[in-house]
Write a protein that binds this ligand. Sequence first.
Ligand code: SF4
Ligand code: SF4
Length: 58
Amino acid sequence: MIKIDKEKCSGCGNCVEACPFGVFEIEDGKIIVKHPEKCRKCRACVSACPNNAIEIED
Ligand code: SF4
Ligand code: SF4
């Protein structure tokens, strides 16, 4: 499960670029978890987020 802390997210879009499976999209300047079913828990997005806003839970 992917959790985004909306308070911490700046909408920078790094996670959109970092995710190899197209899980995230920016909509109206906000990040959305568009395709959670595609997540393979590689945690590239967690590493790419400058604000520690993403948590991947098993
Ligand atoms: S853990 Fe990997 S596959 Fe899942 S959303 Fe993050 S970058 Fe994408
Ligand atoms: S990388 Fe982090 S701060 Fe940037 S859009 Fe994604 S969740 Fe938000």
